[in-house]
Design a protein around this ligand. Structure first.
Ligand code: HEC
Length: 462
């Protein structure tokens, strides 16, 4: 079993524990489980909406047979249907598009309705829905009141209220992509198995396709089989890998973040005068893809990944990745809200030859991670704090990068404090380590000019 999957029983046990003590509103009544006998994922077949996604389906101003009260539809469209669409995507196991989708048995627990499971997941501190963190209180209240009332229908026309997302994908880049890393092996797409891929991490490895001086200037996610794709991270390593390899993820110690995408994330462009170093010819790339084939699609053949625009002539400024965080992790059994702090001290940053422009953060913890924060302490450890990145509801399932727009300047003499927060429901102390049952506390920060940092690209870890 891939090491990354070993903690899953724990996550599932937690979800079950939450379920037990919540009240079971949609499923004591006579319709429970009787709606269509099939799984919730089948319900899109009967949906009035087309398969193109909710953004197109709502344009007419009516509610397309969705039969949702308008205030509820508004909340669902802003927080849920980007994944739980009429045809669910990004690993979401079922649609939440129509009122009937809420009344069928939940896939994970056929004794409960989707609405009953949703009532728990929207307030679940460990596995919240949406996974990026709980909705604002007023939206939560609208949804809770509707579920408490037994998910009543309403046929009033609601009008299109979905935000138009920014275009995402290689076609929407301002440049022609030159390098691609995509899922698959020997030019064939990766077959995401119908069974056993409820929560699959698959790693695809590549010899460096880039030249000694090549820089990335922009990238876009390639979203191929959106039904099962959950997220991906592109890493770079000096540890040799099979070119064209595909297998479980055993990340080498030196794997460094290059790019990442999760649902909701878009294309990324560096500033016009900045290029991201890619490491030259003697490195390997690892594309780690997280799949959810909870609906057991038998025909999921995936070519998702990333397309990068590159330049051979380096741009004026070179960006690179600096690693912050701490290796000093010991989370006692039963801990709730246990914190560890890594300080990149002011005496080290005072060696910076010029200020650093921080343009994005990629926080990384494992399954027990709950919160993540990096602050810039102005003028030293006791100075006032500016936030570089703050993730109040960290979710291992939903890791992404956080661009700083506008960029944050780190001056020589500033200190950088990274704070990780974990819960440990297990009965042994958890330490730092690569395996998923171990923990991590890293922030991969994209900064320029990377030359100002010198050789030591890690700070404050010890
Ligand atoms: C970014 C994509 C995304 C968004 C947005 C999202 N979900 Fe999910 N949802 C998922 C994925 C992926 C899963 C399967 C993995 C899991 O259970 O965490 C899931 C699972 C669920 C489940 C569990 C189903 C079961 O049978 O156990 C419920 C309930 C749920 N979502 C409700 C919601 C609600 C309600 C919203 C909006 C308030 C929402 N989700 C927003 C992706 C999303």
């Amino acid at each position: 079993m891939p090491r990354l999957l070993r903690l899953l029983p724990l996550a599932l046990a937690l979800a079950t524990a939450c379920r037990d003590d919540a009240d079971d509103d949609g499923c004591d009544g006579p319709d429970c489980g009787a709606t269509d006998g099939g799984s919730a994922a089948d319900s899109d077949g009967a949906s009035a909406a087309d398969g193109e996604g909710s953004a197109d389906s709502d344009g007419g101003g009516g509610n397309d047979g969705r039969a949702l009260p308008c205030d509820v539809q508004d909340v669902i469209d802003r927080h849920c249907t980007s994944c739980h669409d009429a045809e669910p995507i990004f690993g979401a196991p079922m649609s939440l598009w129509r009122v009937d989708d809420w009344k069928v048995p939940a896939i994970s627990d056929p004794a409960a309705s989707v609405a009953a499971v949703a009532a728990e997941r929207i307030v679940d501190p460990v596995r919240p829905m949406p996974a990026s963190g709980p909705m604002p209180a007023e939206d939560l209240a609208v949804l809770q009141a509707w579920i408490d009332a037994g998910t009543p229908s309403d046929d009033a026309a609601c009008g299109g209220n979905e935000p138009t997302p920014d275009p995402v994908g290689p076609e929407a880049l301002p440049c022609e992509p030159t390098v691609e890393f995509v899922a698959g092996e020997a030019d064939a797409p990766f077959h995401v198995p119908a069974e056993g891929a409820d929560n699959l991490y698959q790693c695809f490895t590549f010899a460096s396709p880039v030249g000694a001086t090549t820089q990335a200037t922009a990238w876009a996610p390639i979203v191929d089989d959106e039904r099962v794709l959950h997220h991906w991270i592109l890493f770079r390593t000096a540890t040799p890998q099979t070119d064209g390899g595909s297998g479980p993820c055993n990340m080498p110690q030196d794997a460094a973040f290059v790019a990442g995408w999760a649902p909701g994330g878009g294309n990324y462009e560096l500033p016009d005068d900045v290029g991201l170093e890619l490491g030259g010819t003697d490195v390997w790339f690892i594309l780690q893809v997280h799949y959810h084939n909870v609906a057991h699609h038998p025909d999921a053949y995936d070519r998702s990944g990333v397309a990068l625009c590159t330049v051979e002539d380096p741009r004026e400024h070179t960006a690179g990745i600096v690693t912050l965080g701490t290796l000093g992790i010991a989370i006692p059994p039963g801990a709730v809200g246990h914190e560890a702090e890594g300080m990149c001290p002011s005496w080290i940053t005072s060696y910076l030859t010029e200020p650093l422009h921080a343009i994005a953060s990629f926080p990384h913890m494992h399954q027990l991670g709950r919160k993540f924060r990096t602050e810039v302490l102005r003028g030293g450890e006791d100075g006032p704090a500016d936030v570089l990145v703050d993730v109040p509801a960290f979710n291992f399932e939903n890791q992404t990068y956080y661009p700083n727009d506008p960029e944050v300047l780190i001056q020589p003499g500033d200190a950088l404090r990274t704070t990780c927060t974990w819960d440990n429901p297990g009965d042994t102390t958890v330490h730092i380590g690569e395996a998923t049952e171990d923990e991590m506390c890293f922030n991969f920060v994209m900064v320029w000019p990377i030359e100002a940092v010198g050789q030591a690209r890690q700070c404050g870890l010890l």
